[in-house]
Design a binder for this molecule. Structure first.
Ligand code: NAD
Length: 364
């Protein structure tokens, strides 16, 4: 991948490499766009097979965050951090763990607030407490807005209901079959919300203990991680990792709706988003339906208020309905409708930002 060509093509602002020899910190922070505000996005720790994969991931995820914030109506830009490694392996060495996360905190701080970090896959609230020792540009700590997962799951639940409403004329979950791939932090909460409203669940996860626990709590049927793509259901809810909608899985899915928490669900947005549309499936764009956690953490900037956060997350229902409605009216895939919504808001606000108001501080 030619990184500068890629950055030019998608309008990136900054890519920062991080390396700390003593603690073993190795990764990158990417700031995609700060037109609407500081770039907020979590820190993902993952054992990437290849360094190039890590860089591509941080670039793609940061761009997704720009679109997520823009579509959700937040005054935030898009950014993300990825760290190459395995956080579980580090847990027992507390000294190294502290040094690792504090080194990361220093990198975040060096960006002077252009990037704000938070938890993501592979990180924990305790890790973020170490980051906080070095920078104020970290959010979602237990003492503030806390774990974003239940909020993300609530938004996904609302988004699934919106898809049902647009597909079947009723948002009711009773008797509907939902296949949930991945019952981790978000997936488990989602299963709880869906089961409480009478949905029948089929679940799969590579973590056998987790899948058993969630099945026991929600009366879900458990299938293997491969079988989950073949089960007959109304909704397929990807809540594990990205790129699960691809040439292979699209041939196998037996659902009407694809709506879940995972980021970058479509392997390649253009061909697979179009194919989903051509097959007559309803796809809830990932960064719109999974914005609940971001909407919640954004409340920290405004002065945290859980009720206000929940009200804002509830609006995902209307947003998803609007996207599906425009998609039907204009015969345009939903991913493209959402992309255009996000781009439109950024363009409009760029113009607003360029209006000079005498006496008003200009951005430094
Ligand atoms: P998590 O790591 O807690 O859960 C992911 C689960 O998926 C784990 O239980 C894991 O064992 C399972 N899994 C991994 N590979 C699998 C496979 N091939 N088949 C089935 N299961 C598999 O992560 P999370 O916080 O629940 O996030 C889930 C997804 O949602 C991620 O893509 C994440 O980026 C996205 N997301 C999360 C949030 C949030 O608030 N946590 C917000 C927005 C988006």
């Amino acid at each position: 991948m030619k990184k500068f060509d890629y950055m030019e093509k998608y309008g990136y602002e900054q890519l920062v490499y991080m390396y700390d020899r003593n603690s073993g910190l190795k990764g990158a922070i990417c700031i995609h766009n700060t037109t609407l505000g500081p770039a907020l996005g979590g820190t993902r720790v993952w054992e990437y097979e290849d360094e190039e994969d890590a860089i591509l991931d941080v670039l793609r995820l940061a761009r997704g965050m720009t679109k997520k914030a823009a579509c959700a109506g937040l005054n935030l830009g898009g950014g993300k951090a990825v760290i190459i490694g395995n956080s579980k392996k580090m847990k027992s060495d507390t000294v190294r763990r502290e040094a690792f996360w504090r080194a990361f905190g220093r990198y975040v701080d060096s960006l002077g607030g252009r990037y704000i970090t938070a938890e993501d896959v592979g990180t924990s609230p305790e890790d973020m407490e170490y980051v906080k020792m070095e920078t104020n540009h970290v959010m979602g700590l237990p003492s503030t807005s806390g774990d974003p997962s239940p909020f993300t799951a609530w938004g996904v639940y609302k988004g699934i209901k919106a898809c049902l409403k647009e597909t079947y004329g009723s948002a009711k979950l009773e008797g509907r079959v939902v296949a949930v791939q991945g019952v981790g932090h978000v997936g488990a909460y989602l299963c709880k919300y869906l089961a409480e409203e009478g949905a029948k669940l089929i679940i799969a996860d590579i973590d056998e203990d987790r899948v058993k626990d969630v099945a026991a709590q929600t009366n879900a049927q458990v299938v293997s991680v491969d079988e989950i793509f073949d089960v007959k259901c109304d909704v397929f809810a990807p809540c594990a990792l990205g790129a699960v909608i691809n040439d292979d899985t699209l041939r196998r899915l037996k659902c009407k709706i694809i709506a879940g928490a995972a980021n970058n669900v479509l392997k390649d947005s253009a061909p697979h988003g179009q194919l989903v549309h051509d097959l007559g499936l309803v796809y809830a764009p990932d960064y719109v339906i999974n914005a609940g956690g971001l909407i919640n953490v954004y409340q920290e900037i405004l002065g945290y208020d859980k009720d206000a956060a929940m009200r804002a997350i509830d609006m995902i229902f209307d947003r998803i309905r609007e996207i599906i409605r425009v998609s039907k009216e204009t015969n345009t895939p939903t991913y493209l409708v959402a992309d255009r919504m996000a781009e439109r808001r950024i363009d409009m606000m760029r113009n607003i930002n360029s209006i000079h108001i005498p006496g008003r501080c200009q951005k430094k």
